[in-house]
Design a binder for this molecule. Structure first.
Ligand SMILES: Cc1cc2nc3c(=O)[nH]c(=O)nc-3n(C[C@H](O)[C@H](O)[C@H](O)COP(=O)(O)OP(=O)(O)OC[C@H]3O[C@@H](n4cnc5c(N)ncnc54)[C@H](O)[C@@H]3O)c2cc1C
Length: 283
């Protein structure tokens, strides 16, 4: 049977189509969708291709936010100089997804909506305090990324909703950050463990460490650690202890639970040491 592909020209039209055809799947870059359909994990015969809707592939800056449209490719996130300057943590996570062929096609909206526990970009976006905009025919709502990943492969997207933006607040003051991805099969592969770290500063110095983990639990997970007056060794100890509480890895072809727990510790330690080096004048 030939698939039914709708090509709406406005968001309103896309939302109406999604409401009318409940079984329809939004088509971003198709990199995950095609594989899941071939494997029979997803079943779908109707697709809503949102690539023709004006404005959905824009990157813009307001006083408060970096706003990224859902059809912006991962490659553009990796290569944008403005993003690298303001949110280098995001650039480095997007740059580590798969290979340039995938990054040239996959989209920011599709990546978030995919909801896989091993995804790289959400780990950095969690540390950056990002949120997701979801639009349906009758509403627009903004969900903090911390609440967006609900369970294994389950996100907060409801029937009829489309991811219409990912926003990163400009107010978050991170002075040192790092994203570390450790893969056991090949450098381009999904991670066996990943960690992102951001060190937050105010007038009294660095006070909080934001830590997020990928591939180490059923969803990407995040925690904050109070590191006021702690030196590097004390920060490592406090953060690793918090990280171990978050880790509940799933054994698979990329490693056993024991192996992933070990790798998770290594990723966290590496990310903290690397972020620490970026703090101006030490602490
Ligand atoms: C070979 C390979 C290796 C990979 N390795 C990695 C890796 O190492 N790290 C990593 O993070 N990722 C990896 N990925 C996954 C990649 O990041 C995802 O495939 C990609 O981000 C999905 O984006 P897409 O635009 O192609 O989404 P699609 O495939 O189009 O869609 C994915 C899902 O999201 C839904 N969707 C798409 N857009 C929207 C929207 N705007 N609103 C609501 N729902 C939407 C679709 O219906 C579908 O359920 C890999 C993929 C491949 C093929």
């Amino acid at each position: 049977m030939r698939p039914n592909v709708f090509r709406p020209q406005s968001l309103q039209e896309a939302c109406s189509l999604l409401e009318e055809h409940e079984e329809a799947l939004v088509y971003g870059g198709g990199t995950a969708l095609q594989i899941l359909l071939k494997q029979g994990i997803l079943v779908g015969s109707s697709f809503i291709d949102i690539s023709g809707i004006p404005g959905l592939a824009e990157i813009s800056f307001t006083d408060d936010f970096l706003r990224v449209g859902p059809m912006v490719t991962l490659r553009r996130m990796e290569r944008s100089e403005e993003i690298r300057e303001l949110f280098s943590l995001a650039s480095s996570a997007y740059a580590k997804v798969a290979n340039p062929r995938v990054r040239n096609t996959a989209t920011v909206g599709g990546n978030i909506a995919h909801g896989d526990y091993r995804l790289d970009p959400p780990v950095a976006l969690l540390v950056l305090g990002a949120s997701v905009e979801l639009t349906s025919r009758n509403s627009i709502r903004k969900v903090p990324l911390e609440e967006f990943f609900v369970d294994f492969q389950v996100t907060d997207i409801s029937a009829g909703e489309i991811v219409t933006a990912v926003e990163i607040p400009r107010s978050i003051h991170i002075v040192g950050s790092s994203f570390v991805k450790l893969s056991s099969l090949s450098a381009n592969d999904w991670p066996s463990a990943s960690a992102a770290v951001g060190l937050m500063e105010n007038d009294n110095g660095v006070h909080t460490l934001r830590l997020a983990l990928g591939a180490l639990a059923a969803t990407p997970v995040m925690a904050t650690v109070d590191i006021r007056n702690l030196n590097l060794d004390q920060t490592l100890e406090a953060s690793l202890s918090k990280a171990m509480e978050l880790m509940d890895p799933i054994a698979d072809v990329r490693g056993s639970v024991k192996y992933k727990l070990r790798l998770g510790r290594v990723a966290v330690e590496e990310a903290i040491r690397s972020a620490w080096k970026e703090v101006p004048n030490g602490r």
